[in-house]
Design a protein around this ligand. Structure first.
Ligand SMILES: *[C@@H]1O[C@H](CO)[C@@H](O)[C@H](O)[C@H]1NC(C)=O
Ligand SMILES: *[C@@H]1O[C@H](CO)[C@@H](O)[C@H](O)[C@H]1NC(C)=O
Ligand SMILES: *[C@@H]1O[C@H](CO)[C@@H](O)[C@H](O)[C@H]1NC(C)=O
Ligand SMILES: *[C@@H]1O[C@H](CO)[C@@H](O)[C@H](O)[C@H]1NC(C)=O
Ligand SMILES: *[C@@H]1O[C@H](CO)[C@@H](O)[C@H](O)[C@H]1NC(C)=O
Length: 506
């Protein structure tokens, strides 16, 4: 396998395909992107995951290029997708949380492809515009600076359904994959124009925990024996955890609000991980539906197929599930690309992120992609729920530097991801020069204290506006959100904490 470095020809290829510089004397290829939710990018590494069978991910890797260092620009659904579709970092579009992302009329690369003569179609989960997700989700994001600590999520659990013949569990995803396959067949028969198809999957995002009521979040890892059989449960390891007292303060807030501070048996953790991997296997089969459709009508040869995800899933690494974290399980996404002119089995070391999928970066003069040379760093940021300080990750070389808030009030973290794959050794005090260098670099890319201030102000303003719409119902409504069990233990004190937060900031 050819391991490519800085000037990753695959990336340049990708940009050329998306941009207008595709060679005139060659037909423009079709473009098909399958974006799953919550797929841990590390599962795509060669020679293939030892934990779970992912035949279609493996197929893409063997025939195309695998990006070994691909990251989300924000480890949560909507902001991540906003970055992917707009090609801009989330602070530039102010995509602060699952509720506040792009305007519905924002220009995406799909729009540009359409303007350039492509027939385009988007199917399944999109989730990049403002206004979506639960009220709990947005209120938790706005109030993350309030100094109270409330459990918001259900404790992660597993649920086994069906039997060895139960294949289609995530029904909506299967319907959408069927529609995508149908659309591919129809397109191929009817049009001279190249097409671009996007299919967004829900899997392997955990399911809503029904027993916790209508406001519950998704903390149920659910699968059937059919998919569980694709997992080598005996190989699954239990991730090491730091003791609770040694967690970074922001991680402690995250673990607490995700309801993971209680004790877990090794068996329980292994089972959650096995179920998560089984859900990845189902996602892989959905990708397979699309690949099979292209193959059936002999379009695979002139179609660029891309598989990626909005973020990963911690699956109990760092004593957490879900994402919202800069640790690898959450921030490292899959990026596999196969297409005409692209060498088989290429592994690309270049650091890339979802903003790189945007087409017009080629034409822009802001220098980001000057001379088609990608910078040797990746920026990811997080401003949403379950994390009580804006978070900024700079990946560069072997380092992952994580700065918070104004850079002073919360200690930063530094990990050598090549040597400390589990990210359990924060070496920020051991390498002050590296820290200083990376912090300076980060500030040259983003004025992060300033961005954090902007988010604080937005949070207060958005919260007050929401409060006003509730009138006399405020106490009842805020007390019945996802955190209601803990809230009700002292509703008055919690309301007072919010009042104080608002008055302190005036
Ligand atoms: C999109 O809509 C917003 C209002 O929601 C408006 O301010 C903006 O000008 C519109 N942008 C475009 C490109 O039409
Ligand atoms: C947190 O988990 C416990 C079980 O460990 C459960 O009883 C409780 O309902 C969960 N809290 C929330 C808010 O879901
Ligand atoms: C599996 O479940 C389906 C649907 O509930 C049922 O029809 C079928 O008989 C079951 N098969 C076996 C082998 O138990
Ligand atoms: C975040 O929450 C943790 C746990 O309550 C607390 O120790 C820490 O001070 C908080 N950090 C900020 C910046 O509010
Ligand atoms: C408060 O709730 C009641 C009952 O659900 C509803 O009729 C009323 O319109 C609400 N008031 C406001 C200001 O939302």
């Amino acid at each position: 396998d050819a391991v490519m470095s800085v000037k990753a020809s695959a990336l340049i290829f990708l940009l050329q395909v998306f941009g207008q510089s595709w060679s005139q004397n060659r037909p423009r290829p079709n473009i098909v992107m399958v974006m799953s939710d919550a797929f841990d990018g590390r599962l795509t590494f060669g020679p293939g995951s030892k934990f779970v069978q992912l035949p279609f991910v493996n197929y893409l890797r063997e025939l195309g290029a695998t990006f070994l260092n691909a990251y989300t620009n924000s480890p949560i659904c909507c902001p991540s997708r906003a970055a992917m579709w707009s090609g801009q970092f989330v602070h530039l579009t102010q995509s602060w949380n699952n509720y506040k992302c792009l305007d519905a009329n924002a220009t995406t690369w799909m729009d540009l492809l359409e303007a350039n003569g492509y027939v385009t179609k988007m199917m399944g989960k999109l989730d990049y515009t403002s206004g979506g997700h639960s009220v709990s989700n947005r209120v938790e994001a706005w109030t993350r600076d309030v100094p109270f600590l409330l459990r918001q999520e259900g404790r992660p659990v597993t649920k086994l359904v069906g039997n060895m013949s139960t294949v289609r569990i995530m029904g909506t995803d299967w319907e959408n994959a069927d529609k995508a396959a149908q659309w591919i067949h129809q397109r191929a028969a009817s049009s001279e124009q190249p097409f671009a198809l996007y299919l967004g999957l829900n899997l392997p995002h955990p399911y809503k925990t029904e027993s916790l009521g209508s406001t519950a979040g998704g903390s149920t890892f659910l699968t059937s024996p059919y998919w569980l059989e694709k997992v080598s449960s005996e190989l699954i390891t239990v991730p090491k955890w730091l003791p609770l007292a040694a967690l970074h303060p922001v991680d402690y807030y995250t673990t607490y609000t995700k309801n993971c501070t209680g004790s877990f048996t090794e068996e329980e953790v292994r089972r959650i991980r096995a179920f998560y991997y089984a859900m990845c296997a189902e996602a892989d089969a959905l990708l397979g539906q699309v690949i099979a459709a292209l193959r059936e009508i002999r379009l695979l040869g002139n179609t660029v197929v891309i598989f990626t995800a909005d973020h990963g899933e911690l699956a109990m690494e760092h004593r957490q599930f879900y994402k919202m974290s800069m640790y690898e399980g959450s921030s490292h996404v899959p990026l596999l690309i196969m297409g005409p002119g692209l060498k088989s089995g290429m592994q690309v070391n270049q650091l890339v992120s979802l903003v790189d999928l945007y087409p017009t970066v080629l034409g822009e003069e802001d220098g980001y992609f000057s001379k088609m040379q990608h910078p040797d760093w990746v920026l990811s940021e997080y401003h949403g729920c379950n994390v009580n300080a804006s978070t900024y990750m700079l990946r560069s070389g072997r380092w992952k530097y994580i700065a918070y808030a104004d850079g002073l009030s919360v200690p930063p973290q530094l990990f050598d991801v090549t040597r400390d794959k589990e990210e359990l050794h924060n070496v920020v005090l051991k390498f002050p020069n590296v820290r200083a260098h990376l912090d300076k670099r980060l500030r040259s890319i983003i004025d992060y204290p300033e961005v954090s201030t902007t988010v604080h102000l937005y949070n207060e303003k958005a919260f007050i506006a929401w409060q006003h719409t509730l009138g006399n119902n405020y106490s009842k409504v805020i007390g019945s959100l996802r955190w209601h069990v803990d809230w009700q233990k002292d509703a008055l004190a919690n309301e007072r904490a919010i009042d104080k937060w608002l008055s302190d900031s005036l």
